[in-house]
Design a protein around this ligand. Structure first.
Ligand SMILES: NC(=O)c1ccc[n+]([C@@H]2O[C@H](COP(=O)([O-])OP(=O)(O)OC[C@H]3O[C@@H](n4cnc5c(N)ncnc54)[C@H](OP(=O)(O)O)[C@@H]3O)[C@@H](O)[C@H]2O)c1
Length: 332
Protein backbone atom coordinates (compact mmCIF):
# COMPACT_ATOMS: atom_id res chain seq x y z
CA UNK A 1 0.00 0.00 0.00
CA UNK A 2 1.30 3.44 -0.96
CA UNK A 3 1.80 5.94 1.84
CA UNK A 4 2.09 9.55 0.80
CA UNK A 5 5.00 11.63 2.06
CA UNK A 6 4.17 13.59 5.21
CA UNK A 7 5.78 16.77 3.93
CA UNK A 8 3.84 16.80 0.64
CA UNK A 9 2.07 20.07 1.31
CA UNK A 10 5.36 21.92 1.88
CA UNK A 11 6.59 21.20 -1.65
CA UNK A 12 4.34 23.35 -3.76
CA UNK A 13 2.20 26.48 -3.69
CA UNK A 14 -1.60 26.60 -4.01
CA UNK A 15 -3.60 29.35 -5.62
CA UNK A 16 -7.27 30.23 -5.38
CA UNK A 17 -9.18 29.28 -8.53
CA UNK A 18 -10.83 32.54 -9.60
CA UNK A 19 -13.18 33.69 -6.85
CA UNK A 20 -14.19 30.17 -5.83
CA UNK A 21 -13.53 28.32 -2.60
CA UNK A 22 -11.11 25.93 -4.30
CA UNK A 23 -7.34 26.22 -4.33
CA UNK A 24 -5.32 24.39 -6.96
CA UNK A 25 -1.66 23.46 -6.94
CA UNK A 26 0.26 25.79 -9.26
CA UNK A 27 1.39 22.65 -11.08
CA UNK A 28 -1.20 20.06 -12.10
CA UNK A 29 -0.67 16.74 -13.87
CA UNK A 30 -2.48 15.81 -17.09
CA UNK A 31 -2.95 12.20 -18.25
CA UNK A 32 -3.54 12.79 -21.95
CA UNK A 33 -0.32 11.00 -22.97
CA UNK A 34 1.76 8.33 -21.16
CA UNK A 35 -1.24 6.79 -19.37
CA UNK A 36 -2.48 4.47 -22.09
CA UNK A 37 -0.38 1.63 -23.47
CA UNK A 38 2.80 3.73 -23.79
CA UNK A 39 3.90 2.82 -20.27
CA UNK A 40 3.31 -0.03 -17.86
CA UNK A 41 0.85 0.56 -15.05
CA UNK A 42 3.81 0.46 -12.61
CA UNK A 43 5.56 3.28 -14.49
CA UNK A 44 2.32 5.27 -14.56
CA UNK A 45 1.80 4.81 -10.88
CA UNK A 46 5.34 5.99 -10.08
CA UNK A 47 4.62 9.27 -11.87
CA UNK A 48 1.33 9.72 -10.02
CA UNK A 49 2.84 8.86 -6.63
CA UNK A 50 5.72 11.26 -7.31
CA UNK A 51 3.24 14.01 -8.18
CA UNK A 52 1.13 13.46 -5.07
CA UNK A 53 4.22 13.21 -2.84
CA UNK A 54 5.19 16.66 -4.09
CA UNK A 55 1.83 18.26 -3.36
CA UNK A 56 0.26 17.90 -6.82
CA UNK A 57 -3.34 17.30 -5.83
CA UNK A 58 -4.94 17.89 -9.22
CA UNK A 59 -5.11 15.17 -11.90
CA UNK A 60 -6.72 16.00 -15.23
CA UNK A 61 -8.35 13.45 -17.54
CA UNK A 62 -10.85 13.29 -20.41
CA UNK A 63 -13.04 10.57 -21.82
CA UNK A 64 -10.78 10.22 -24.89
CA UNK A 65 -7.35 10.14 -23.16
CA UNK A 66 -5.27 6.96 -23.36
CA UNK A 67 -3.33 5.88 -26.37
CA UNK A 68 -4.42 3.93 -28.46
CA UNK A 69 -7.82 3.17 -26.94
CA UNK A 70 -10.02 5.99 -25.78
CA UNK A 71 -10.94 5.73 -22.12
CA UNK A 72 -7.79 3.83 -21.21
CA UNK A 73 -6.25 6.69 -19.20
CA UNK A 74 -9.38 6.87 -17.02
CA UNK A 75 -9.33 3.12 -16.60
CA UNK A 76 -5.65 3.09 -15.61
CA UNK A 77 -6.01 6.08 -13.32
CA UNK A 78 -9.02 4.43 -11.66
CA UNK A 79 -6.97 1.26 -11.05
CA UNK A 80 -4.10 3.19 -9.47
CA UNK A 81 -6.43 5.32 -7.38
CA UNK A 82 -8.60 2.49 -6.11
CA UNK A 83 -5.76 0.04 -5.49
CA UNK A 84 -3.31 2.39 -3.83
CA UNK A 85 -4.66 5.85 -3.12
CA UNK A 86 -8.30 5.44 -2.10
CA UNK A 87 -7.57 6.91 1.36
CA UNK A 88 -6.45 10.12 -0.31
CA UNK A 89 -9.51 10.73 -2.52
CA UNK A 90 -10.63 13.73 -0.47
CA UNK A 91 -7.19 15.31 -0.92
CA UNK A 92 -7.52 15.25 -4.71
CA UNK A 93 -9.16 17.27 -7.43
CA UNK A 94 -9.94 14.89 -10.30
CA UNK A 95 -11.29 16.30 -13.54
CA UNK A 96 -12.61 14.79 -16.74
CA UNK A 97 -14.18 16.10 -19.93
CA UNK A 98 -16.33 15.33 -22.92
CA UNK A 99 -16.52 17.13 -26.24
CA UNK A 100 -14.39 15.22 -28.75
CA UNK A 101 -15.36 12.13 -30.69
CA UNK A 102 -15.80 9.18 -28.35
CA UNK A 103 -18.13 6.62 -29.89
CA UNK A 104 -19.76 6.16 -33.32
CA UNK A 105 -23.02 7.74 -34.33
CA UNK A 106 -24.53 11.16 -33.66
CA UNK A 107 -24.51 10.93 -29.82
CA UNK A 108 -20.80 10.39 -29.13
CA UNK A 109 -19.31 13.80 -29.97
CA UNK A 110 -19.60 17.59 -29.47
CA UNK A 111 -21.98 19.14 -26.91
CA UNK A 112 -25.47 17.69 -26.73
CA UNK A 113 -27.06 16.92 -23.39
CA UNK A 114 -27.37 13.30 -24.57
CA UNK A 115 -23.60 12.99 -25.15
CA UNK A 116 -22.40 14.81 -22.02
CA UNK A 117 -24.66 12.89 -19.63
CA UNK A 118 -23.79 9.49 -21.12
CA UNK A 119 -20.09 10.26 -21.36
CA UNK A 120 -19.75 11.32 -17.74
CA UNK A 121 -21.52 8.15 -16.60
CA UNK A 122 -19.02 6.14 -18.65
CA UNK A 123 -16.07 8.09 -17.19
CA UNK A 124 -17.27 7.53 -13.63
CA UNK A 125 -17.66 3.85 -14.28
CA UNK A 126 -14.17 3.56 -15.85
CA UNK A 127 -12.59 5.33 -12.86
CA UNK A 128 -14.95 3.64 -10.38
CA UNK A 129 -15.81 6.99 -8.83
CA UNK A 130 -19.11 8.38 -7.53
CA UNK A 131 -18.25 11.87 -8.66
CA UNK A 132 -15.50 13.95 -10.28
CA UNK A 133 -14.43 17.27 -8.86
CA UNK A 134 -14.54 19.11 -12.18
CA UNK A 135 -16.39 18.19 -15.36
CA UNK A 136 -15.53 20.16 -18.50
CA UNK A 137 -17.11 20.70 -21.84
CA UNK A 138 -13.97 19.97 -23.89
CA UNK A 139 -14.54 22.22 -26.91
CA UNK A 140 -17.27 24.56 -28.13
CA UNK A 141 -19.93 23.02 -30.36
CA UNK A 142 -20.95 25.33 -33.22
CA UNK A 143 -24.29 23.53 -33.73
CA UNK A 144 -25.75 22.70 -30.32
CA UNK A 145 -27.33 25.70 -28.54
CA UNK A 146 -24.95 26.86 -25.84
CA UNK A 147 -27.91 26.88 -23.41
CA UNK A 148 -28.37 23.11 -23.90
CA UNK A 149 -24.71 22.33 -23.26
CA UNK A 150 -24.53 24.58 -20.21
CA UNK A 151 -27.85 23.28 -18.81
CA UNK A 152 -26.43 19.75 -19.07
CA UNK A 153 -23.35 20.85 -17.08
CA UNK A 154 -25.59 22.49 -14.48
CA UNK A 155 -27.73 19.37 -14.15
CA UNK A 156 -24.60 17.26 -13.72
CA UNK A 157 -23.68 19.41 -10.72
CA UNK A 158 -27.25 19.19 -9.38
CA UNK A 159 -27.09 15.39 -9.69
CA UNK A 160 -23.89 15.37 -7.64
CA UNK A 161 -21.85 13.72 -10.40
CA UNK A 162 -19.47 16.68 -10.53
CA UNK A 163 -18.78 19.25 -7.82
CA UNK A 164 -17.83 21.98 -10.27
CA UNK A 165 -17.90 22.56 -14.01
CA UNK A 166 -15.57 24.16 -16.50
CA UNK A 167 -15.10 24.91 -20.16
CA UNK A 168 -12.12 24.27 -22.40
CA UNK A 169 -10.91 25.74 -25.70
CA UNK A 170 -13.66 28.41 -25.70
CA UNK A 171 -12.65 31.74 -27.28
CA UNK A 172 -13.40 34.93 -25.36
CA UNK A 173 -16.92 35.81 -26.67
CA UNK A 174 -18.30 32.27 -26.33
CA UNK A 175 -16.57 31.87 -22.95
CA UNK A 176 -18.30 35.04 -21.70
CA UNK A 177 -21.70 33.68 -22.80
CA UNK A 178 -21.12 30.24 -21.27
CA UNK A 179 -19.98 31.77 -17.99
CA UNK A 180 -23.07 33.99 -17.92
CA UNK A 181 -25.44 31.05 -18.50
CA UNK A 182 -23.77 28.93 -15.83
CA UNK A 183 -23.99 31.86 -13.41
CA UNK A 184 -27.70 32.34 -14.09
CA UNK A 185 -28.18 28.58 -13.53
CA UNK A 186 -26.52 29.01 -10.10
CA UNK A 187 -23.79 26.51 -11.00
CA UNK A 188 -20.92 28.94 -11.64
CA UNK A 189 -18.09 28.13 -14.01
CA UNK A 190 -15.08 27.24 -11.86
CA UNK A 191 -12.39 27.25 -14.50
CA UNK A 192 -11.41 27.58 -18.14
CA UNK A 193 -8.78 25.28 -19.69
CA UNK A 194 -7.11 26.88 -22.73
CA UNK A 195 -3.81 26.05 -24.43
CA UNK A 196 -1.19 28.62 -23.43
CA UNK A 197 2.56 28.61 -23.92
CA UNK A 198 5.31 30.85 -25.29
CA UNK A 199 4.37 29.97 -28.87
CA UNK A 200 0.59 30.20 -28.49
CA UNK A 201 -0.54 33.40 -26.79
CA UNK A 202 -4.14 33.94 -27.98
CA UNK A 203 -5.46 33.95 -24.40
CA UNK A 204 -3.67 37.26 -23.87
CA UNK A 205 -6.04 38.94 -26.37
CA UNK A 206 -9.04 39.26 -24.05
CA UNK A 207 -9.73 35.82 -22.61
CA UNK A 208 -7.60 36.22 -19.47
CA UNK A 209 -9.20 39.60 -18.73
CA UNK A 210 -12.68 38.13 -19.24
CA UNK A 211 -11.91 35.33 -16.78
CA UNK A 212 -10.57 37.74 -14.22
CA UNK A 213 -13.66 39.96 -14.50
CA UNK A 214 -15.93 36.93 -14.04
CA UNK A 215 -13.92 35.46 -11.16
CA UNK A 216 -13.20 32.27 -13.13
CA UNK A 217 -9.87 30.44 -12.79
CA UNK A 218 -7.56 29.47 -15.64
CA UNK A 219 -5.52 26.30 -16.02
CA UNK A 220 -3.10 26.50 -18.94
CA UNK A 221 -2.56 23.27 -20.86
CA UNK A 222 0.48 22.26 -22.95
CA UNK A 223 2.61 24.91 -21.20
CA UNK A 224 5.73 23.22 -22.63
CA UNK A 225 4.28 23.07 -26.16
CA UNK A 226 4.13 19.28 -25.76
CA UNK A 227 7.82 19.13 -24.77
CA UNK A 228 9.15 21.46 -27.48
CA UNK A 229 9.88 24.19 -24.91
CA UNK A 230 12.58 22.08 -23.25
CA UNK A 231 16.10 21.22 -24.35
CA UNK A 232 15.12 17.79 -25.64
CA UNK A 233 14.74 18.57 -29.36
CA UNK A 234 17.76 20.85 -29.80
CA UNK A 235 19.91 18.00 -31.15
CA UNK A 236 17.24 16.14 -33.11
CA UNK A 237 14.31 13.97 -32.14
CA UNK A 238 15.22 11.51 -29.36
CA UNK A 239 13.90 7.95 -29.57
CA UNK A 240 10.81 7.48 -27.44
CA UNK A 241 10.02 11.20 -27.24
CA UNK A 242 6.52 12.38 -28.11
CA UNK A 243 7.69 13.82 -31.44
CA UNK A 244 9.11 10.41 -32.38
CA UNK A 245 5.70 8.77 -32.01
CA UNK A 246 3.31 8.46 -34.91
CA UNK A 247 0.31 10.74 -35.22
CA UNK A 248 1.45 13.50 -32.85
CA UNK A 249 1.32 17.20 -33.68
CA UNK A 250 4.61 18.16 -31.99
CA UNK A 251 6.88 18.13 -35.05
CA UNK A 252 4.59 19.96 -37.48
CA UNK A 253 3.39 22.49 -34.96
CA UNK A 254 6.51 23.30 -32.93
CA UNK A 255 9.74 21.87 -34.37
CA UNK A 256 10.15 24.24 -37.31
CA UNK A 257 13.56 25.76 -38.04
CA UNK A 258 12.40 29.17 -36.76
CA UNK A 259 10.92 27.84 -33.53
CA UNK A 260 13.99 25.69 -32.80
CA UNK A 261 16.09 28.82 -33.26
CA UNK A 262 13.91 30.59 -30.66
CA UNK A 263 14.21 27.65 -28.25
CA UNK A 264 18.03 27.75 -28.55
CA UNK A 265 18.09 31.41 -27.55
CA UNK A 266 15.49 30.95 -24.81
CA UNK A 267 17.46 28.02 -23.44
CA UNK A 268 20.56 30.20 -23.19
CA UNK A 269 18.52 32.80 -21.33
CA UNK A 270 17.14 30.14 -18.96
CA UNK A 271 20.68 29.03 -18.12
CA UNK A 272 21.58 32.64 -17.29
CA UNK A 273 18.59 32.72 -14.90
CA UNK A 274 19.72 29.45 -13.28
CA UNK A 275 16.72 27.56 -14.67
CA UNK A 276 16.26 24.74 -17.15
CA UNK A 277 14.42 25.62 -20.36
CA UNK A 278 11.34 23.74 -19.13
CA UNK A 279 11.35 25.62 -15.82
CA UNK A 280 11.62 29.00 -17.53
CA UNK A 281 8.74 28.16 -19.90
CA UNK A 282 6.54 27.28 -16.90
CA UNK A 283 7.57 30.33 -14.83
CA UNK A 284 6.64 32.40 -17.89
CA UNK A 285 3.08 30.99 -18.07
CA UNK A 286 2.65 31.39 -14.30
CA UNK A 287 3.72 35.05 -14.46
CA UNK A 288 0.14 35.96 -15.43
CA UNK A 289 -1.93 36.63 -12.29
CA UNK A 290 -5.02 35.11 -13.93
CA UNK A 291 -3.32 31.72 -14.39
CA UNK A 292 -4.23 29.48 -11.46
CA UNK A 293 -2.18 26.44 -12.49
CA UNK A 294 -0.07 25.03 -15.32
CA UNK A 295 -1.36 21.70 -16.55
CA UNK A 296 1.62 19.73 -17.72
CA UNK A 297 2.42 16.24 -18.85
CA UNK A 298 5.43 14.13 -17.87
CA UNK A 299 6.80 10.84 -19.12
CA UNK A 300 9.08 10.31 -16.09
CA UNK A 301 9.58 11.31 -12.47
CA UNK A 302 12.75 13.12 -13.53
CA UNK A 303 10.77 15.42 -15.82
CA UNK A 304 8.17 16.05 -13.16
CA UNK A 305 10.80 17.00 -10.58
CA UNK A 306 12.53 19.27 -13.09
CA UNK A 307 9.20 20.99 -13.75
CA UNK A 308 8.27 21.40 -10.08
CA UNK A 309 11.60 23.24 -9.71
CA UNK A 310 10.08 26.15 -11.68
CA UNK A 311 8.32 27.32 -8.53
CA UNK A 312 11.71 28.27 -7.06
CA UNK A 313 12.52 30.49 -10.06
CA UNK A 314 12.85 34.26 -9.67
CA UNK A 315 10.10 36.48 -11.10
CA UNK A 316 10.97 37.99 -14.48
CA UNK A 317 12.23 41.55 -14.73
CA UNK A 318 10.56 43.71 -17.38
CA UNK A 319 13.84 43.59 -19.35
CA UNK A 320 13.74 39.80 -19.37
CA UNK A 321 10.10 39.75 -20.50
CA UNK A 322 10.96 42.20 -23.27
CA UNK A 323 13.86 39.99 -24.35
CA UNK A 324 11.60 36.91 -24.48
CA UNK A 325 9.08 38.83 -26.62
CA UNK A 326 11.90 39.83 -28.99
CA UNK A 327 13.10 36.23 -29.30
CA UNK A 328 9.56 34.98 -29.88
CA UNK A 329 9.04 37.42 -32.75
CA UNK A 330 11.27 35.12 -34.84
CA UNK A 331 9.02 32.09 -34.35
CA UNK A 332 7.38 32.46 -37.77
N1 LIG B 1 -8.34 20.70 -22.98
C1 LIG B 1 -7.68 20.27 -24.02
O1 LIG B 1 -8.16 20.33 -25.18
C2 LIG B 1 -6.31 19.68 -23.81
C3 LIG B 1 -5.48 19.41 -24.92
C4 LIG B 1 -4.20 18.91 -24.67
C5 LIG B 1 -3.78 18.69 -23.35
N2 LIG B 1 -4.64 18.93 -22.32
C6 LIG B 1 -4.27 18.64 -20.91
O2 LIG B 1 -3.00 19.18 -20.65
C7 LIG B 1 -2.10 18.16 -20.19
C8 LIG B 1 -0.71 18.47 -20.57
O3 LIG B 1 -0.59 18.57 -21.99
P1 LIG B 1 0.79 18.25 -22.67
O4 LIG B 1 1.19 16.86 -22.32
O5 LIG B 1 0.74 18.67 -24.07
O6 LIG B 1 1.74 19.26 -21.81
P2 LIG B 1 3.23 19.73 -21.90
O7 LIG B 1 3.64 19.88 -20.48
O8 LIG B 1 3.34 20.91 -22.80
O9 LIG B 1 4.05 18.51 -22.58
C9 LIG B 1 4.32 17.36 -21.84
C10 LIG B 1 5.42 16.54 -22.50
O10 LIG B 1 6.63 17.29 -22.56
C11 LIG B 1 7.74 16.45 -22.25
N3 LIG B 1 8.33 16.98 -21.01
C12 LIG B 1 7.69 17.34 -19.86
N4 LIG B 1 8.56 17.81 -18.96
C13 LIG B 1 9.79 17.76 -19.53
C14 LIG B 1 11.08 18.12 -19.09
N5 LIG B 1 11.28 18.66 -17.90
N6 LIG B 1 12.13 17.94 -19.95
C15 LIG B 1 11.94 17.40 -21.18
N7 LIG B 1 10.72 17.03 -21.65
C16 LIG B 1 9.66 17.23 -20.83
C17 LIG B 1 7.19 15.04 -22.11
O11 LIG B 1 7.16 14.44 -23.41
P3 LIG B 1 7.99 13.11 -23.83
O12 LIG B 1 6.98 12.04 -23.92
O13 LIG B 1 8.57 13.47 -25.17
O14 LIG B 1 9.04 12.85 -22.78
C18 LIG B 1 5.77 15.30 -21.68
O15 LIG B 1 4.89 14.23 -21.91
C19 LIG B 1 -2.69 16.89 -20.82
O16 LIG B 1 -2.28 15.71 -20.17
C20 LIG B 1 -4.16 17.14 -20.64
O17 LIG B 1 -4.53 16.88 -19.31
C21 LIG B 1 -5.88 19.43 -22.53
Amino acid sequence: MYTAKNNRYEQITYKRCGKSGVKLPQISLGLWQNFGLEKSIEEQQEIIFCAFDHGITHFDLANNYGNPARGLAEENFGKILNRHMADYRDEMIISTKAGYSMWPGPYGDWGSRKYLMASLDQSLSRMKLDYVDIFYHHRPDPETPLEETMEALSDIVRQGKALYVGISNYQEPEARKAIEILKSNKTPCLIHQPRYNMFERWVEDGLLDALEEAGVGCIAYSPLAQGALTDKYLKGIPKGSRASREGTTVGGRYLTKEKLQCIRQLSQMAAERGQTMAQMALTWVLRKPQVTSVLLGASSERQLLDNIGCLKGAAFSSEELGKIDEILKQKG
